[in-house]
Design a protein around this ligand. Structure first.
Ligand code: ACO
Length: 430
């Protein structure tokens, strides 16, 4: 913590505000007592300039394109770690040793099934239901099946159990939601398969069809899950923390994060990118028309998968995903015209003054859909894949929020701009 302070001068009065310095040197002015001292609040729509917490989970430097989980560069984790190991790192703060990883993995295996009664809930949905709707409801409903655990204030053992349940069961729920949508019987998780192959098997095998698990596919999905695993105070994670700050239980808090992720300006962008690339393809491949629409301020259309609140340089995750997309398509012998269109679009974005002046670069979702498509994952499951990946980050933030001294219920202020006091007028006099 820094001993320096900032000065806030208003109405002829000066107030000293403490300055907080993070471990990587980023500075913040602590305004938490400002209103009590001066009667002023701050105004920051979309929280573009507001820190809601101190966090030691993820470091992000949007100007330099740096992303680290618990200090470890994302590039190293994507290349050398497994999803479970990265999840453990995010949730517990350190890379696990062999024994810790073994027991973490065992907890996943033990918790991979969902309660048989939950299968009835799937049957209540129409086959047209979006899997994100099913996922959010099912994750919230999980709480109802574990009445013996204190999911609001779990002790350390209970927390370990719920964390493993959430991470393991989200995969089963996701695959069941998909099976429900295509009218096939559910495929149960298998104890002999690791996290990613187990999920792919539940998605793509059936009683009449074995699914061949390719290493290249497993690797690509693993990389995507790791890259999505956390991204500090993004919209869904902030939602999880905000809901959790009311002492809502972990399942409910994460369910609300899933709802936030669904939006096309956040995790739903991966689905929207493929819609956009396909529309360009169907229209003859003219990327210029799409760029002109995105730049036209009278048109609400935005280039999906481009731009980011925090990255003002190339998103380091997009770099890795782009390479991964090329590798996977080459190894599977797939030629996807959408990849060509995405690359042409990117090339123009990087040169066009509209995007250059606003620091708009491809983000994590620009190329991820191309990989999911090559793996055979249907478009409405793309954001579900994101949710599976983001689960350890949400859990880690919920835990950190609960354990941080001084955590208060999240409750922003507003500046009221409505009518002054006026007297009620009966309906016959209006
Ligand atoms: N296409 C065209 N213009 C854009 C785009 C885009 N994709 N993104 C931002 N801009 C423009 C805005 O119109 C604005 O222009 P102006 O200054 O002339 O008014 C300027 O760039 C700044 O944009 P903001 O909306 O203020 O940026 P903000 O930080 O609020 O939004 C967001 C970030 C939501 C990601 C935005 O860039 C966007 O809508 N991108 C497309 C959706 C997307 O890919 N979302 C996924 C993000 S990554 C994730 O959540 C996993």
């Amino acid at each position: 913590m820094d001993q320096s302070s900032a000065k806030f001068i208003v109405d002829g009065n000066a107030y000293d505000l403490p300055v907080i310095t993070g471990t990587e040197g980023e500075k913040g002015v602590d305004i938490s007592k400002l209103r009590a001292q001066s009667n002023y609040v701050t105004f920051d729509q979309g929280f573009g300039n507001t820190s809601n917490c101190l966090s030691s989970i993820t470091f992000l430097d949007g100007e330099q394109g740096v992303l680290r989980y618990r200090g470890y560069p994302i590039e190293q984790l994507a290349e050398r770690s497994s999803f479970l190991e990265t999840a453990y790192l995010l949730i517990y703060g350190e890379l696990p040793n062999a024994e810790q990883l073994r027991s973490f993995s065992e907890a996943f295996t033990e918790n991979s099934m969902i309660h048989e009664d939950m299968k009835n809930l799937f049957n209540g949905y129409p086959s047209t239901a979006h899997p994100m709707a099913i996922l959010a409801s099912m994750v919230c409903s999980l709480e109802a099946y574990y009445p013996d655990i204190d999911t609001m204030n779990p002790n350390p053992e209970e927390f370990d159990q719920i964390a493993a349940q959430l991470m393991s069961k989200i995969r089963t729920i996701a695959a069941f939601a998909y099976k429900k949508s295509i009218g096939e019987p559910f495929v149960y998780p298998r104890h002999d398969l690791e996290y990613v192959p187990n999920f792919l098997n539940m998605m793509f095998s059936s009683p009449t069809r074995a699914y061949k698990i390719y290493d290249e596919v497993v690797k690509a999905v693993k990389v995507l899950l790791i890259l999505h695993a956390d991204h500090e105070q993004n919209c869904s994670t902030s939602t999880v923390r905000l809901v959790g700050s009311a002492q809502s239980n972990l399942f409910a808090s994460i369910s609300s994060g899933i709802c936030a992720l669904w939006g096309p300006l956040h995790g739903g962008a991966n689905e929207a990118v493929i819609d956009m690339l396909e529309a360009i393809h169907k229209g003859g491949g003219d990327v210029d028309h799409c760029l002109e629409r995105a730049k036209d301020k009278t048109n609400p259309f935005r280039l999906m998968g481009v731009g980011h609140r925090v990255y003002k340089s190339y998103d380091p995750r997009a770099k890795i995903i782009k390479e991964c997309a090329h590798d996977l398509l080459a190894k599977l012998g797939i030629h996807d015209p959408l990849l060509d269109i995405a690359m042409r679009l990117e090339e123009k974005v990087l040169k066009d003054s509209y995007f250059v002046d606003r620091n708009l670069y491809p983000n994590v979702d620009f190329y991820s859909g191309i990989i999911y498509k090559a793996v055979g994952i249907p478009r409405n499951m793309f954001t579900v894949m994101f949710a599976i990946g983001r689960m350890p980050g949400w859990i880690a933030h919920w835990r950190e929020m609960k354990d941080s001294p001084g955590t208060r219920i999240g409750r922003p202020r507003q500046i009221y701009v409505g009518p002054h006091k006026r007297d009620y007028v009966p309906i016959n006099k209006r």
